[in-house]
Design a protein around this ligand. Structure first.
Ligand code: FAD
Length: 276
């Protein structure tokens, strides 16, 4: 009996739920992004997260929640990650190279999905740090622009170099052939980008909460103030950020919704803990 054909067709996977890294890009000493193969059976809604990880020294998986940063039509999966110096997972994950394998549990979940919000005119994506990851997915999903006339991406980091991943993504989107074909030149006015820094001097500065409450972002983008009739929002950052932004949105009359009960905004943690 010759099994060699079968063996050649199905190479043994060294990890359960293994996927292969196809590219890695380091943005700063604290941030990197990478792409992996996508399991053929994996369906997800843009904005959802999965558990990914690596085995520890004893072969036991170290798994963490990660937002899928790529849109649901993409052949591969992209992730955008922090490097926590002593972090059980990211101290290892930051060393991955193309060809390496990671563990990916194919069970996507999450609240930052279009179905969790009522129809509206304008969608606000509000993120700090790696909290931009789910919006990197949603900004690249044509369905976002089918549902909303305008999308505003507010992203805040401590320093300007930490904005680079989001900045490049938005610039590439504005030249995206698919979206260009669908919306033409008008697309530039449909995806608005408002990057700010809190610790380093840059063209736009300040916390998202302050720029919303002062009205600066509305004035800068020539938009009316948020209201419950027109505006929808998704929030993704530290627990403190989420709590503060939630209060600001409620001040504008927006209510928190969920998959089972769509309203005007939804919230998800970008990580557990205080942040670094
Ligand atoms: P951990 O022991 O998990 O964390 C160590 C410390 O680092 C903690 O104090 C924690 O507060 C802080 N920390 C963890 N993650 C971050 C972060 N992203 N930004 C700032 N501080 C952080 N992380 C990503 O990098 N990208 C993602 O897309 C992402 N999506 C997530 C989605 C959800 C729903 C949740 C709950 C978490 C997500 N995280 C994401 C965080 C991720 O699960 C891990 O915490 C992170 O990869 C660090 O793992 P670790 O084992 O190295 O350290």
């Amino acid at each position: 009996l010759d099994l060699s054909v079968d063996i050649a067709a199905k190479p043994a996977k060294t990890l359960p739920d293994a996927q292969t890294v196809t590219s890695v890009r380091h943005w700063t000493d604290r941030l990197f992004s990478f792409r992996v193969t996508r399991p053929a059976s994996l369906r997800f809604r843009s904005g959802e997260f999965v558990m990914i990880g690596l085995p520890d020294d004893n072969g036991k998986p170290i798994l963490r929640a990660y937002s899928i940063a790529s849109p649901n039509w993409d052949e591969e999966l992209e992730f955008y990650s922090i490097k926590v110096p002593d972090g059980p997972l990211t101290s290892r994950l930051q060393n991955i190279q193309p060809g390496d394998q990671i563990i990916l549990r194919p069970k996507p979940v999450g609240t930052l999905v279009l179905d969790a919000l009522l129809p509206g005119k304008r969608m606000w994506f509000l993120a700090t740090g790696t909290g931009i990851a789910p919006f990197a997915s949603l900004m690249r999903d044509p369905e976002t622009y089918e549902r909303y006339e305008q999308v505003v991406m507010m992203h805040t980091c401590r320093t300007a170099d930490e904005l680079a991943y989001g900045r490049e993504l938005v610039e590439n989107l504005r030249h995206d052939p698919l979206l260009g074909e669908l919306y033409g030149e008008e697309f530039a006015s449909r995806l608005l980008y408002y990057p700010t820094t809190t610790r380093e001097e840059s063209p736009l500065m300040g916390r998202i909460t302050d720029n919303l409450t002062s009205g600066k972002v509305f004035a800068d983008l020539n938009l009316p103030a948020m209201d419950a009739a027109n505006d929808r929002a998704m929030i993704c950052g530290s627990l403190a950020f989420n709590t503060d932004v939630k209060a600001v949105l409620e001040g504008f009359g927006l209510r928190e919704g969920a998959n089972s009960d769509p309203k005007e905004f939804v919230v998800e943690k970008a990580f557990v803990g205080d942040g670094i």
